[in-house]
Ligand binder design. Sequence first.
Ligand code: ADP
Ligand code: MG
Length: 502
Amino acid sequence: MAEHGNYSGGEGRFERLLLEVKGRINKRQYDTWFGRATLEQWDEGQLVLGLPNRFYQEWFQSKFTELVRESAQTVAAAPVHVRFEIAGLGDAGSPPPAPQASAELPSTGAPAVEPQPAPSPAPASPRQADPAYPAPFQGSGESDLPLRLNELYSFDNYIIGPANSVAHASARAVGQNPGRAYNPLFIHGSVGLGKTHLLHAVCHEFMTRFPGDRVCFLSCEEFTNEFVRSLQRNDVDSFRARFRNVHLLVIDDIHFLKGKERTQEEFFHTFNQLYQSNRQIVLSSDAAPNEIPTLEDRLVSRFGWGLVTQLEQPEMETRMAIVRRKAELMHIDVPNDVVEFIATHFRNNIRELEGALLSTRAYADVLGEPITLRLARAALKQSLQPVGIGITIDKISQLVCERFQVKIADLRSKRRGRSISTPRQMIMFLARKLTSLSLDEIGDYFGGRDHSTVLYGVRKVEERYRTDPTLAATLERMADRLGGRLTPEDTGRTPQNSYNPK
Ligand code: ADP
Ligand code: MG
């Protein structure tokens, strides 16, 4: 059990919280994850748990938020808001690389980047739950808060491929030469394709080059909230002063403006003011300007004044390079076949690629085993796309025939002999596992063979899949290439555990 923080307001409750959590998950999970959680703060319905590193933090955020909230509410008998922070407990896990040298805040001396896990407890500094949206300003004005960005979202860590090269190059140009080439720069694309990452990278680049200049980075939701708050406080002037005096204004997810007329109006004037003073504006959105519903025409047209560029879904090589880079950053040792496997199965969204990597690592942690293809397959079983979409027996045959250098026509004929029957049985097996064809239908494909012949072939390969690791690897690779998956169940046995490496 980890030591608990110095905080003295809620130890008793914290013990009860841990007991509550313990009752809701299994012991291994509890020991792995909660053994290192500490209490940072618990008052006024606000619970902050400290965790050893970013990996834990992300894991808790994605897997345990509900569990902790519910448990805390049970203990407190009142609503509780939960946050997870990095507590700087030292050698645990994998500290990300040291922050890059970057601008310090003259007013507070706080670092301009998000605080890193440090070997000794870090000095108290303002923190927020979501590292993508830290406090929005860098600058020297008295009312400003420090701008803290995710230092991992840099151009260096951004993998370039055909799907994002234009967006990347223009973002870079804007960070280096603000207010000139592309103003505004408008980057759009669907979720998880790297918009926020690019926006952070622009800020890093800009801050390195123009350390004295004022940068404002925030989500459109925050912009809206700030505006509404200023209306409530009757203090729109200071809101305006804050946003209209920056050198670089970066607003993430600007589509959030839809349906918000007054905020649109306000943003319109902010935009004009900055634009006229040659201040750089960078925006991201989930859709092109003219596809954002209810966005005023005058904004739509202004968003098109500079450069509008789209992030597309990255292709296989880029996805593999991203998985490799993320693994490096997380200090995870991932063999090539696992990189390929993850990149094959998570195509649409880069955040999912990362999630897959994290899940695989967590699974390996829990089992205390190295990451292998087998293990990744078991770890990701639940999240893999449904089997068999778009997979046909023709595609399977093609692949198998290529691999064994035989002709499809020979396989489908009555010919016998080992050189023919092994690939034939492999096709039967793969067709059975990866398509919805019945035994009879597979038999028909092979020149009207009986369903019991097909069943025999499938069983034969199942047995070899169980006992022959080389063949198992070949089959799994083929399944990957087809866009499907094999699981331990495909050995024909019903395993006791979902993970059964032997
Ligand atoms: P969006 O804002 O478009 O929803 P994010 O910027 O949050 O997407 O990206 C999701 C995750 O994918 C982030 O962790 C980001 O670092 C990563 N990512 C996206 N594109 C790339 C890329 N080209 N190279 C490396 N990482 C990327
Ligand atoms: Mg985003």
